[in-house]
Each structure stands twice: as C-alpha cells, then as structure tokens.
Design a protein around this ligand. Structure first.
Ligand code: GLU
Length: 327
C-alpha cells in the first residue's frame, strides 16, 4: 500500500517559531521555514509523503485576505487532485479558529483539511509542535477523517472548525471545543473518533468571495457610551459584531445605537464570555430592533461568518439568523 500524500501548507506561527534559547519566553513566530520544520520531523518516520508549500512565514495575528486566498486556492486544488489524500495547514494559534472556520464555510467537506499549531516554539524545551504535527498526519491519513470538514488538531484533541476556540494564552491545552466537544482523541500511536463523520457529501456552504467586507468587533464594557458605534459606521464598516456582556448585552445607549445602525448594516450580538450561547430576544428585543444573535459562535467566528454572508450578498436578517443558528 502506498503512503498517503499530504499537502502541507505553511503559514508560520509558534509551530515554526524559534526562540532566543530553549528556556527563554521571547521568540519569533514563523522564524523557521517550512522546509526546516519538516526537516525536524524526519526522525519521526511518519508513514506519509509530505508535499510542502510555503504560503507565509508570519505570526497569525497578521494573517488576512492574501493568505486566506492562497490557502483556499491550494485546498480547493488538493480536494480536486485524486493523488492528494488531504491537507495539513501549519498555523499560528492566535487566529487558527478564524482561518479554520473561514475554510470550513467555503470548502466542500470531502477530504480532511487539518490546521495544526503549537504553543511552544520548535526549539523550546517541551515543544509541542512535532507531536501535534504527527497527530495531524495521523488524522489526515485516516480514511474515517473524510466528511468532517475542516478540523484543528491541538493538545491530542481533534476539534471541528465550527467549535474550536482558543481559550488560554499560553498553556499547552489552549483550545476548547464549544458547544460540542472534541470529535476525536489522537496521539502519535492512536486515533479514536467519537462518532461518525457529520458532513458526508456536503458541498461548500458558501461561495468563495472576491473580497471580504470591513466588519468590526465592538467590545462592550461597563459604563461605555454609544460613540464607538458611530465611529465604526463613520469608517465605513459594512457590519458590526458586538462582543457583549453575558448573553450579548450592552448599555441601553449602545443597544439603541446598534439598533439604529442595523437599519443600514447587519449587527450581530455575540458574547465576550468564553462559553455560552447568545439566544434571540432574551434581554434584548432582537425582533423589534432588527438584530441578529450569534448563538454558539464567539465574536471572532461570528465576524468571519458575517463577512462571508455579506460578501455572498445575503443581507436578509432572517436568512442571516438561520446561518448563525446553523453555527
Ligand atoms: N501570535 C503568534 C501566532 O498566532 C504565535 C502564537 C501561536 O502560534 O501560538 O502565530
């Protein structure tokens, strides 16, 4: 039997990070080339053929439209190429959930596409990148990985893109899966799926857009006023995501300004709380004010979905709410 052929798209991040010394806190994300990083994997003798393609060498806080376009095109090519088993994207963890969700929304759920990162740079003591990569290769090589959409492999867990969320700044176990739990547990020696593939045969939910609109996240804080809402409209935002308190709340003057804004641009209420669903019409009259509830999506992923909806010309509030309900 021939080994699986895996396209490896490198973008940088801590998994390709190099530190000043093995014990220092300071390091440069994306300092290592993809070639050098894969060279470090040679000793692992992975039963897979890795085909490297460097997309970027950056910290993922700087990732955006040019890299997303390149990743989407490369993944679409790999999905269409019968010689490729699946894709691994090495990625910084800061925005991994955004890239994963964007690709998940805009690619068919055929072959596995797995984002993988690390919390410790490649040359730090106790580095987690090689283990995470070996785990990702095991996931992509498994025939049962197909039909699950885009996934994130970190800390021996496999998370679905729609549920993955970075919830800690520096611990090895930085990612949480919400509201559904991890879909598998993986180690270099073993892979256990917790259920059957949930997206078999699904096409892309949305078309890949020609550009993404300017959508801002507005963080709510006690005692704030409505001026930031006006400022966002003033700089031409095409949509606003409120990272609200609790169930997507904000002071009355802010909610009133958002309702006014919603007459012109879509406004989504999400929560700054780490876990929890924002439902419609709990403390805020979404029906009356024309607002959308983010449901299970946190602010970062709510912004990604809102950008994709606007870019696809979907602006009807009911249709947008249905997309958020689907998560
Ligand atoms: N801020 C960098 C990034 O997201 C490093 C963090 C990481 O990869 O864990 O790429």
């Amino acid at each position: 039997m021939t080994n699986p052929r895996i396209l490896v798209l490198g973008t940088g991040g801590t998994i390709a990070g190099s530190a000043v010394s093995a014990t220092s806190a300071a390091y440069q994300p994306g300092g290592l080339s993809l070639e050098a990083m894969l060279g470090n994997l040679a000793g692992l003798e992975l039963a897979a053929e890795l085909i490297p393609q460097e997309v970027a060498q950056i910290g993922s806080q700087d990732i955006g439209w040019p890299q997303w376009q390149a990743l989407h095109a490369a993944c679409a090519g790999a999905l269409a190429d019968p010689a490729i088993t699946g894709v691994i994207i090495t990625h910084g963890t800061d925005t991994a959930e955004e890239t994963a969700f964007l690709l998940d929304l805009t690619l068919p759920a055929g072959k596995p596409i797995v984002l993988v990162g690390a919390m410790r740079p490649a040359d730090a003591v106790g580095a987690d990148g090689m283990r995470n990569f070996a785990n990702a290769a095991r996931v992509v090589s498994d025939p049962a990985a197909a039909g699950r959409g885009v996934m994130l492999v970190m800390g021996d867990g496999v998370l679905a893109a729609r549920d993955a969320r970075k919830a800690a700044t520096s611990s090895i176990d930085a990612f949480k899966s919400f509201p559904r739990g991890a879909i598998a547990r993986v180690t270099p020696a073993r892979l256990d799926w917790f259920g059957p593939p949930h997206r078999v045969g699904e096409k892309a939910r949305f078309a890949w857009p020609e550009a993404l609109p300017r959508v801002a996240i507005l963080a709510a804080g006690a005692g704030m006023d409505e001026q930031p809402v006006k400022a966002l409209l003033g700089i031409g935002c095409k949509g606003i995501v409120l990272a609200g308190m609790g169930q997507g709340n904000a002071p009355a003057c802010v909610i009133a300004a958002l309702a006014e804004a919603a007459a012109g641009v879509p406004v989504v209420r999400s929560s700054r709380v780490d876990e929890g669903i924002v439902d419609r019409n709990v403390e805020v009259d979404d029906d009356g004010l024309g607002l959308i509830a983010a449901r299970a999506l946190g602010p970062a992923k709510a912004r990604v979905l809102l950008m994709v909806l606007i870019a696809n010309g979907i602006t009807d509030t009911g249709q947008m709410q249905a997309a958020f309900d689907a998560g």
